[in-house]
Design a protein around this ligand. Structure first.
Ligand code: SF4
Length: 199
């Protein structure tokens, strides 16, 4: 990537970080410690989108630090990727107390930040984790979302202003913390990433 383009991206993301850190568009700013804007490389070809920061992510300002994070690392390892090779973010940038399901007002207020991140980072592949994140990303690209149990592991190709990209909805790694069978499904789905990357 051209040096100038990288520098431009960096500046746009820095400006977005400042905006999010000062954001009061919904009530979650009142209880958050640290908004989690995104983690990883802004030059990554793969973007991973989750639902919202959890309790520990909120304290540390880092993505996927708990048990679900260990599972994510295991999945990345399967396809020889590390955190530094990807960019991780969420639909909501602030932690919802007691991990409540994001409500429409919170989503409506925050979703524009995710859309901007996608447009700035220009990933080749977006992996959406869980029903909630998948639904919101599908909305952006005018894809019809039904059920995660039906769509997980499928690969959707969509057109964007920066070229064709692939969207892959997966189960959220948190479900694999409690259901071993889900870990097997997640691993099978994740392996598809390998062949896409090789191509
Ligand atoms: S969740 Fe999003 S919209 Fe709400 S305060 Fe945080 S950054 Fe702003």
């Amino acid at each position: 990537m051209e040096e100038q383009e990288e520098e431009f991206k960096k500046r746009l993301i820095e400006a977005l970080n400042i905006e999010i850190n000062n954001c009061k568009k919904c009530d979650l700013w009142k209880t958050r410690n640290k908004p989690l804007v995104g983690d990883g490389s802004i030059n990554a070809e793969i973007m991973i989108v989750g639902e919202s920061p959890g309790y520990y992510e909120d304290l540390q300002g880092k993505a996927f630090v708990g048990e679900a994070g260990k599972i994510l690392d295991e999945l990345l390892d399967l396809v020889n990727l590390e955190r530094k090779d990807i960019y991780i973010t969420n639909v909501l940038k602030c932690h919802p107390p007691r991990n409540h399901n994001p409500n429409r007002q919170e989503v409506y207020s925050c979703i524009g930040y995710l859309y901007k991140q996608i447009d700035i980072i220009k990933p080749r592949i977006i992996i959406t984790l869980g029903k909630f994140a998948s639904k919101e990303v599908f909305n952006k690209f005018n894809l019809e979302f039904t059920r995660i149990s039906e769509l997980h592991g499928r690969v959707y190709e969509v057109k964007t202003f920066f070229g064709n990209i692939k969207i892959i909805p997966l189960y959220h790694p948190a479900v694999a913390c409690y259901h071993n069978e889900m870990l097997r499904v997640l691993k099978e789905d994740f392996k598809k990433l390998k062949s896409i990357l090789n191509n």
